[in-house]
Design a protein around this ligand. Structure first.
Ligand code: CTP
Ligand code: CA
Length: 239
């Protein structure tokens, strides 16, 4: 598939991207995780670099090579990702939050491996794992930015839809709730999007301007559409 030419419209622009999926450890051998491969975040990183940007990626559990010219910081958990992103908030002109962040983590880390028979009094019993909420990294960035127009903040939403509520309706609600400038909405299911190379997304704008549909297309083409939309928001706010 053709990609947009490397026209340098991001020359000198500093782009911070989260990619992959956080893993929340339960014991030394187990974690709570998700199916995110990191491909879309890495595609945004590669395209931003090709268009002239300085690019940093905060990468959670991604088994992909670093794109050329991109600085990668590896993290494991949501709390580690939050610390890394906050440290770069003042650096970034554009933040693209493509990572799938675990909403919850185990309330306690168990220092030694949980055994199948964990309660000698009841050898057949199964444990109940208590969870606590992780911070919402994106909402935290929006709050820290306050009234400033920089950085432009791009959120992602993977939605399956619900009875009576379409993927797009859920996306519009999420955009209003999160307060980011753009929300990239894609439809997911076990057989859709995760780990696949082609993708269809809707890019919704908080300022009420019409959204864009991109795809079905390669993640590189989707990445260019996301970067086009973020550039337009940025130029609009600088004008
Ligand atoms: N996100 C985040 N921190 C979290 C959870 C999500 O920064 N703890 C970011 C994701 O990187 C993504 C956006 O928020 O850019 C939306 O994630 P999503 O899971 O779709 O939103 P939630 O508010 O967690 O809603 P849901 O109940 O649908 O999971
Ligand atoms: Ca979530």
């Amino acid at each position: 598939t053709a990609v947009a030419s490397d026209r340098g419209d991001y020359a000198g622009v500093r782009v911070l991207i989260t990619a992959g999926g956080t893993r929340e450890p339960l014991d030394p051998v187990r974690f709570l995780g998700n199916r995110s491969s990191g491909k879309q975040g890495y595609a945004v990183a590669a395209r931003a670099a090709a268009r002239g940007a300085h690019v940093r990626v905060v990468s959670a559990n991604v088994a992909l090579p670093a794109p050329a010219g991109v600085e990668v910081t590896a993290v494991g958990t949501a709390l580690e990702m939050q610390a890394s992103v906050r440290a770069d908030l003042g650096w970034a002109d554009v933040v693209v939050m493509a990572a799938a962040v675990a909403d919850f983590r185990p309330a306690a880390y168990v220092e030694s491996k949980i055994k199948k028979t964990h309660d000698p009094a009841d050898p057949e019993a199964a444990p109940v794992i208590e969870l606590v909420r992780n911070p919402d990294i994106l909402a935290g960035l929006v709050a820290e930015r306050g009234d400033a127009s920089t950085p432009v903040i791009v959120g992602f939403a993977a939605e399956t839809g619900e009875p009576g509520r379409s993927v797009l309706a859920l996306g519009a609600e999420k955009l209003a709730r999160k307060g980011c400038d753009l929300l990239v909405v894609n439809e997911v299911g076990v057989d859709k999007t995760f780990g696949l190379d082609d993708n269809t997304v809707h890019i919704l704008r908080r300022d009420g301007q019409p959204g864009i549909q991109a795809g079905p297309a390669s993640k590189a083409v989707i990445a260019d559409a996301i970067l086009d939309a973020a550039r337009d928001v940025r130029l609009g706010s600088l004008a």
